[in-house]
Design a protein around this ligand. Structure first.
Ligand SMILES: [Zn+2]
Length: 458
């Protein structure tokens, strides 16, 4: 007999913790999420184990570090898996996503009875639109011409949202939210993981949201050319353009907040255990030419929201530093409280025991293709406030940099730090097992095209 409660894991792509109003942001980006943060068991200082989707999701679904088991890339069958654990409880397991990295080609469907890839389920015309949107710079003459044709072919009733569909998808996350709701409300007990794209690039807030956080509204074509510049030559972005990108990103967060509200209000929290996280944050040129997300060990990329609510959850606000590596055992402990299930995972159960583990993160890739692992690009981070140690490189080429985090800055380096943290770094390094040939270079043309669409490949 499966347990009666359902379990819902919501991961939000690229949602930076310090752009959530309840976590200190000056803008009212997240009125609904703010309420959940106050009523749930919330970890104010939670950190992802990587600053990009593939590393982070690999890690939080398995309670292992990205560079264990040969590294990220196709999900190793040897890693334990959260959906498989929920299968063992007798629940139906359903995964829902629309991210080019989270496909069955990377084995992310493992442990799911149903794995809903919303890219593949979209209509042919939408896929053609995506292909055009992916292959051509939005400011190019050819793109504008095709968009003009696309607009002309649409029925009049398409309205404004239809006219802008080619470079401004009007319903991002709407289908995922609806699918997740339907899955949770099935007769049978379920575990549902839904990955919302929310504020991931491109930042194209629809009309209802655009202008919320700035006095000037810009045309969709301007959003498109700004996106092109962000992806192809971010170093030349002017200060005002960066501010516009932040405004658009915040407006996308507000749209995400509305979708989150639709999702949560459509399920019964008395019978559903919910966890909400983001996979990583986002950068806006805080450190020279660093934008969107990637391998760096920066606070803005790694500080993420983490909260539990609903069935079985004791409300609490916890300020201890914790890692998303503890997500899988913690969610299982809250929803099922069965020790033999939880013990399969390496991480600790948050909220019950004070973890003495340092908060660690790691990555090892060069350039934009995340699956091409390169040991010489390895970056490891161990943090215990107010110290952070970042180790770069491998073997004889290793350099250590210490950061003093008082003032939350990633720019204040010091020559040394506590010996205890250095020892923890050595222990962390010994756990990792990076193989440069692990990443899949033989990905299909279609996957390639999707990854380009997300801005990862050029
Ligand atoms: Zn991501």
């Amino acid at each position: 007999m499966a347990p009666e409660n359902d379990v819902l894991l919501i991961s939000i792509d690229s949602l930076r913790a310090d752009h959530i109003s309840a976590m200190g942001y000056e803008r009212e980006t997240t009125p609904f999420l703010d309420g959940l943060i106050k009523q749930g068991m919330t970890f104010e200082r939670a950190f992802s184990t990587a600053g990009f989707t593939l590393g982070s999701v690999t890690s939080f679904l398995t309670s292992t570090y990205p560079l264990e088991y040969g590294g990220y890339g196709p999900l190793s069958p040897d890693r334990p898996s959260l959906p498989e654990a929920y299968q063992r409880t007798g629940r139906q397991t359903i995964g829902i996503h629309e991210n080019g990295w989270l496909t069955s080609e990377y084995n992310f469907d493992r442990g799911f009875d149903e794995y809903i890839d919303l890219y593949h389920s979209s209509s042919i015309s939408d896929r053609i639109r995506r292909l055009i949107s992916d292959r051509l710079p939005h400011s190019s003459h050819t793109f504008r011409t095709l968009k003009w044709v696309d607009d002309k072919l649409k029925p009049e009733s398409g309205g404004e949202s239809g006219k802008t569909q080619l470079n401004r998808p009007p319903d991002r996350d709407a289908t995922a939210v609806q699918q997740a709701q339907t899955a949770i409300n099935r007769e049978k007990s379920t575990f549902v993981w839904v990955h919302l794209m929310g504020p991931h690039t491109p930042y194209y807030p629809p009309d209802d949201y655009h202008g919320l956080f700035s006095d000037t509204r810009i045309a969709p074509e301007e959003m498109a050319s700004l996106h092109d510049k962000l992806v192809t030559k971010s170093g030349s972005l002017k200060e005002q353009e960066v501010q516009t990108l932040v405004d658009l990103y915040d407006e996308e967060i507000h749209r995400l907040d509305t979708n989150l509200q639709k999702l949560i209000q459509g399920i019964d929290l008395d019978s559903t255990t919910v966890a909400i996280i983001s996979d990583h944050g986002e950068l806006f040129g805080e450190y020279n030419d660093t934008f969107t997300h990637g391998p760096e060990m920066l606070e803005e990329l790694l500080h993420v929201p983490l909260l539990f609510l609903g069935n079985g959850v004791e409300p609490d606000q916890i300020s201890t530093e914790v890692s998303l590596i503890n997500l899988a055992p913690s969610l299982l402990a809250v929803s099922d409280n069965e020790e033999d299930l939880v013990e399969k995972f390496r991480g600790k159960v948050l909220g019950k025991e004070q973890s003495t583990e340092p908060v660690c993160a790691c990555s090892a890739h060069r350039g934009t293709h995340v699956a091409d692992l390169d040991p010489s690009c390895r970056r490891l981070r161990v943090r215990a406030f107010p110290w952070k140690l970042v180790r770069r490189g491998i073997g004889a080429e290793v350099t250590d940099t210490w950061y003093d985090l008082r003032g939350d800055s990633d720019t204040v380096t010091t020559s040394t730090g506590p010996a205890e943290l250095a020892e923890k770094m050595d222990a962390f390094e010994q756990r990792l097992d990076i193989k440069s040939d692990h990443g899949s270079n033989q990905i299909s043309d279609e996957l390639n095209s999707r990854l380009k669409e997300l801005g990862y490949l050029k």
